[in-house]
Design a protein around this ligand. Structure first.
Ligand code: IMP
Length: 199
């Protein structure tokens, strides 16, 4: 029987990307929704690593499964690294992905370009017994003043990869998974996944 791994996030964009990154492994990937687990973890850590750890542990302990969580964010140099840890709650609340992108552009208006930025992701794998493994990934780019593309999620339509001349939202899932922060962190985590699952 295949070993099960819980993808510990309620974010559908992240789920799609992580599922594709791990699809070739001999594992059964399950989402919280598929196992009837409804869990909203309070992300009150001071770092991506702390938040990823909080999520991975909470999901592993609630499900009894090995869990993989991602905590990620966008850091814009002209804004001193904001929104960073608060990327999911940027600007007036309640917010949507579209309102957060619009708010980002209002914050950058009038500041000199290029608006250099990076996406950062920390992945934590947790076992229900509390053992943890952590990896990180970064993707460098630039914020542009108008949205381009319809793939991906979050800030993707505003995040240009300069060497490709395309935004993250103009890349298909496979292309994004070749270079994104999350892909880098998840790929590095694969050997630890085998350790956690005792494969
Ligand atoms: P959290 O990890 O659930 O705290 O949320 C991270 C937030 O950062 C997301 O809701 C997005 O706003 C942003 N973000 C993280 N990764 C990406 C990405 O790959 N594309 C676009 N936005 C992202």
């Amino acid at each position: 029987m295949k070993k099960r791994l819980l993808i510990a996030t309620n974010n559908r964009g992240k789920v799609k990307e992580i599922q594709a990154l791990l699809a070739d492994l001999d594992l059964e990937l399950v989402t919280p929704e598929q196992i009837g687990l409804r869990l909203d973890v309070v992300e009150d850590g001071q770092t991506y690593a702390e938040n990823a750890r909080l999520k991975a542990l909470a999901f592993a302990q609630a499900s009894g499964l090995v869990a993989l969580a991602d905590d990620s964010g966008l850091e814009v140099d002209a804004l001193g690294g904001r929104p960073g840890l608060h990327s999911n709650r940027f600007g007036p609340q309640p917010s949507s992905e579209a309102s957060r992108r619009a708010f980002l552009l209002t914050q950058l208006a009038g500041l000199p370009r290029p608006w250099t930025a990076r996406f950062r992701a920390t992945v934590v794998i947790a076992r229900p017994d509390g053992q943890l493994w952590l990896t990180e990934g970064i993707c460098e780019g630039e914020i542009i003043p108008e949205e381009r593309g319809s793939h991906g999620f979050g800030y993707d339509p505003l995040f240009l990869i300069p060497e490709m001349g395309r935004t993250m939202a103009e890349l298909g899932l496979e292309e994004k998974n070749r270079l994104s922060h999350r892909a880098r962190a998840v790929r590095q985590a694969i050997p630890f996944l085998f350790a956690a699952l005792e494969m």
